[in-house]
Design a protein. Sequence first.
Length: 224
Amino acid sequence: MDKTGTMTEGVFKVQEVRLEPDFDEATILKLVNKIESHSSHPVATAIREYAGEVDESVNLSDVEEIPGHGLKGSVDDKVFLVGNFKLLDKFNIRYTIDPNTIVYTTIAIALDNRFVGYITIADSIKEDSAQTIQLLHKLGVKATMLSGDKSTVVTYVAKELGIDKAYGDLLPEDKVNKVKEIKAIGESVAFVGDGVNDAPVVALSDVGIAMGDWAVMQPLKRPM
């Protein structure tokens, strides 16, 4: 199963904004809010609720999404990055903290090859998630969580729910590889996901379960 929106509510709230001393918080939040407006991820909603309506006068262009990493744009011909710390690693941005010490989901920010800071965001576990895992265990079903969220968050949620195995920091293709590993030892796999990013792994599974409106908008091409 996926984590965000599947075992958790998928409703994020900003917990903390931590920026390097020489950056103005109001200015950076406007930029983050603008670039996140190009994304449908629940994180974007949390940013907007915290920062207010998007300022359309912000000079941001050339926005592109880098799957499994975050967003890249241009501000006055300077590269602007907002995403996970893997995104900063991809662009060789040096940062001053250890992301593994932060339990919450973390949004890293960089501008012009400089580490700007980060925003922490928290999600809530669904009320019936723990009961669901208990029922699966009674049926002899092993539960494995595959998530693109940071490993510390995934491990915490899995422990709270009693999930057998959990893997974080996964790209969509990493989820596919994990399912292939399970199927290679003769196990049958049912995968539950709630987003378009999970389409490849849902299609690969013996049983694919798509939650919410996505199940209506993105029907599987093969019988379940």
